[in-house]
Design a protein around this ligand. Structure first.
Ligand code: HEM
Length: 139
């Protein structure tokens, strides 16, 4: 394939995680269904991020080890893995006998931490593409 599939796959976790964190914060004020919907979106984001990671690792293998882009790519990868871990633990904390329950304070805090690392990691991903031309310029 001539162009990477990673950019196509990242939209699913980015969108679902982002709305999920907003839902978590909203659930502090509203309770009820909002927290449950946030949990469903969180689960979708956590699974689809794994697909994005596989595609990202395939792109990582194409970057020259000595290039300055490699350092940014590694930082991007670490941040995305950290974000995934925050969200995965947040999901785990709101599961009770395979049912989603209202997120507690720690689950919501982890969701917010996941969003912060997601934003920084996404910024780094953009840097890779738009500053270093990874995936768009043939080196
Ligand atoms: C952990 C393994 C990951 C690796 C090794 C990785 C690697 C890369 C690489 C090499 C690029 C630049 C080339 C391309 O777009 O294919 C990139 C861009 C990007 N990545 Fe990742 N990535 C990973 C995980 C993720 C995850 C889980 C997300 C989202 C939740 C994500 C979001 C992005 C975004 C938003 C861009 C910029 C795309 C664009 O603007 O076109 N990455 N990543």
């Amino acid at each position: 394939m001539r162009h990477p599939i990673h950019p196509m796959l990242v939209h699913f976790p980015v969108a679902t995680w982002f709305i999920s964190t907003l839902g978590d914060i909203a659930s502090l004020f509203t309770g009820g269904q909002v927290g449950w919907v946030a949990g469903v979106l969180l689960a979708i984001g956590t699974v689809t991020a794994l697909l994005a990671m596989v595609a990202g690792l395939m792109e990582l293998g194409k970057i020259d080890q000595q290039s300055p882009a490699m350092k940014i790519a590694n930082q991007h990868m670490m941040l995305m893995m950290t974000s995934w871990s925050f969200y995965a633990i947040s999901l785990f904390l709101r599961l009770e006998e395979n049912h989603l329950i209202q997120p507690g304070a720690i689950a919501i805090a982890l969701s917010v931490a996941g969003l912060i690392t997601l934003c920084i990691g996404g910024w780094m991903g953009g840097k890779l593409v738009y500053e270093y031309g990874v995936g768009i310029r043939s080196n």
